[in-house]
Ligand binder design. Structure first.
Ligand code: ADE
Length: 420
């Protein structure tokens, strides 16, 4: 028998509720959806298990799903990303079963995933595809009743596409990450700001004048590179994709292989989605005192066992900083155990971008339900009109007005006869 929730301390609930209410002020699009959901109850009675970073923004998403009538449970999508006060508030004030404790072991993390699956969901909502992976590996019995799943992040979408390519994905999935109103804003501006926030909270080291290496130049890593440059750092980008490398070069960054960049680096941040981007060969050439951190979904980008093997001692000078003393006397500072630093030592992306990401999530769950039986097995994007509607609502909430096409312009765009 699984307990009906597992959070750190229910006494934190009041603080968690205040933080959720504070975040909600910056989430006008989600608020509108919540109001409509409360009127229309589109998810009435649907069992929904969500595996997301348990933050004040996620708290607001869960409140929205519950307002729509969903029977929701929530577990963490990373052992270090939970905000314990929010988890407590959702249990105490919203009666939502939450399974998430900041700093939980890997074993407890997977017990919590199991508990979320024991709910018997018809819709799963993932950030990293752990629920879908759990269904495939241990709970195939859930498949016949499943309407589908929604996926928040690039890494999760990659895993789901790998399942589809192998022919094992059993139901439709909505790749929320593929909406423009998700990846262009959350991944870039959200990861950009929150990663720098995480680095600064963990170390309090000045960035101006420092050499800052960013591994990758996808939506997340370009946000990090931009914001590091904005704080006065000298930014170097490493890439494996020629187009992205070219883009980084023309955006004004120096681009070179990691082995050349690492000896110059005061900071190295990974956000590639790949494993062992920093490995023994990097640790061998890093400067004494270099700070390394990861902002990608999984804690595999930095080869931590290899770092442990190269070290003679490990100290903790500050929270979220592990200082490794290497055999040759150099030290390397690893932040947040190599887990996504923006959620480990800071609070994740600001609410204003999560507003759009979670508007997509809420609409994706409604879309799965409305289209049950009609969607093919596979990974789908949300229809463009929903994406545009979210952008339009966000602009309206921000007080930004835009032009509209004249009938003449509209006709012109749909014709081909006119030229120079
Ligand atoms: N992923 C990144 N930032 C987040 C946040 N604030 N809430 C939920 N998921 C996130």
């Amino acid at each position: 028998m699984t307990k009906s929730y597992d959070v750190k301390d229910l006494k934190l609930a009041e603080q968690g509720r205040k933080r959720m209410d504070w975040a909600e002020q910056e989430m006008p699009v989600l608020r509108l959806i919540k109001e409509r959901f409360a009127r229309e109850r589109p998810l009435a009675g649907v069992k929904l298990s969500a595996c997301l970073h348990v933050t004040s923004e996620t708290g607001n998403l869960v409140r929205t799903l519950a307002a729509g009538g969903a029977d929701v449970v929530l577990c963490a999508s990373n052992p270090l990303s939970t905000q314990d006060d929010v988890a407590a508030a959702l249990v105490a004030y919203e009666e939502i079963p939450v399974y998430a404790i900041k700093g939980e072991s890997n074993e407890v993390y997977y017990q919590h995933i199991k508990a979320a699956l024991d709910h018997g969901p018809r819709i799963t909502m993932d950030d990293g595809a752990d629920l879908v992976s759990g269904i495939l590996q241990e709970r195939k019995d859930l498949i016949p009743r499943m309407l589908g799943s929604t996926e928040e992040t690039t890494t999760g979408v990659i895993r789901l596409k790998a399942m589809a390519a192998e022919g094992v994905l059993p139901f439709p999935v909505i790749a929320v990450n593929d909406s423009d109103t998700k990846h262009m804003f959350d991944n870039r501006y959200g990861t950009g700001q929150s990663t720098l926030d995480g680095l600064i909270r963990a170390t309090n080291i000045l960035l101006a004048g420092k050499t800052f290496v960013v591994a990758g130049y996808g939506w997340c890593s370009r946000g990090i590179a931009e914001r590091a440059r904005g704080l006065g750092a000298n930014v170097i980008v490493t890439e494996i994709d020629p187009v992205k490398a070219l883009e980084a070069t023309m955006d004004g960054f120096r681009v070179m292989p990691m082995e050349q960049a690492a000896p110059m680096a005061d900071f190295v941040v990974t956000a590639t989605g790949n494993k062992h981007v920093l490995d023994s060969n990097t640790f061998a050439v890093l400067k004494d005192g270099a700070v390394i951190a990861n902002s990608g979904h999984f804690n595999v980008e930095i080869n931590i066992p290899a770092l442990e093997a190269a070290s003679v001692e490990k100290r903790q000078p500050r929270a979220f900083v592990d200082q490794y003393l290497l055999k040759d006397g150099r030290t390397i500072n690893l932040l947040g155990e190599g887990r996504l630093i923006n959620l480990a030592s800071a609070e994740g992306h600001p609410s204003a971008v999560m507003d759009m990401s979670f508007a997509n999530q809420a609409l994706a769950s409604e879309y799965l339900l409305k289209n049950q039986g009609k969607l093919s097995v596979g990974v789908h994007a949300l229809p463009k009109d929903l994406d545009k509607e979210i952008a339009a609502l966000k602009l309206r909430a921000m007080g930004v007005q835009i032009d509209v096409l004249t009938p003449e312009q509209e006709a012109y765009l749909n014709s081909w006869q006119e030229g120079t």
